[in-house]
Design a protein around this ligand. Structure first.
Ligand code: HPA
Length: 238
């Protein structure tokens, strides 16, 4: 048992899918995995282990934002030996090239979080990036199943509600979408020498104001999960 995860060493697979919402973790486990065990319910931040096409995979809720994600990520790596994490979630599109319901692969993470400055000190603006092998594998797995993922820089905002950040400028510099976790995940992956990739669906569009319906969210969520699981089992490292 770690501070925030009520599991024993060995209960969590080396590869983990990490949605923000713990009920999404439950949905993924119950819908896609066989022989599922619920290993933690601490703070209702549910975690499950099961098998997908015969391979052992875990699904762990992260909560919203870098601080919450960092707790679960750090404990999964340090206490449970996790070596590969896929963040699966939703995002707001920031680029005219990205459409509602698109699947996005996070190539790099920009952020207004202090986590970068607090790690490296003044004058160093470290650039957290995805694991290239996972990114390459997810991209080709998506293409092979008829999807056309967008790949690019993701802005992890510290605040969902914020009217102070110049989003247009970020878009002008090639940022394609916003959520609240990716650069924190990639920084921690680099720190602990593990592999990480963010796979997202676009739930809303910041430029057009469009939002997905509940039904559309379900369909694009399922596409994203199948892609994540197929990528995950092709890249397991024990
Ligand atoms: N901002 C931050 N996180 C999000 C958004 C957004 O617009 N959409 C989905 N997750």
């Amino acid at each position: 048992m770690s501070t925030h995860i009520g599991a024993k060493r060995g209960d969590i697979a080396s590869t983990v899918l990490m949605p923000g919402d713990p009920l999404r973790a439950k949905y993924i486990a119950e819908t896609y995995l066989d022989d599922v065990v619920n290993y933690s319910s601490v703070r209702n931040m549910l975690g499950f282990t099961g098998t997908y096409k015969g391979k052992r995979i875990s699904v762990q809720g992260s909560g919203m934002g870098i601080p919450s994600l960092a707790i679960y990520t750090t404990e999964m790596i340090q206490e449970f030996g996790v070596n590969t994490i896929y963040r699966v979630g939703s995002c707001g599109a920031m680029s005219p090239d990205v459409k509602i319901r698109d699947i996005i692969l996070g190539q790099a993470g920009t952020t207004d979080s202090s986590i970068i400055a607090n790690t490296f000190g003044p004058g160093i603006y470290y650039s957290p990036i995805a694991d290239f092998e996972l990114l390459d594998s997810a991209y080709h797995t998506a293409k092979d199943s008829g999807l056309t993922p967008k790949v690019g820089n993701i802005f992890a905002a510290d605040r969902f509600y914020n009217d102070e950040i110049d989003m247009k400028k970020l878009t002008d510099y090639g940022v394609i979408a916003t959520e609240m976790e990716t650069s924190g995940l990639y920084l921690l992956a680099a720190k602990h020498h593990i592999r990480a990739l963010t796979i997202l669906t676009v739930s809303d569009h910041l430029l057009t104001g469009e939002k997905t319906t509940a039904k559309e969210r379900e369909t694009s969520f399922d596409e994203m999960i199948r892609l994540s699981l197929d990528t995950a089992i092709a890249n397991i490292k024990e």
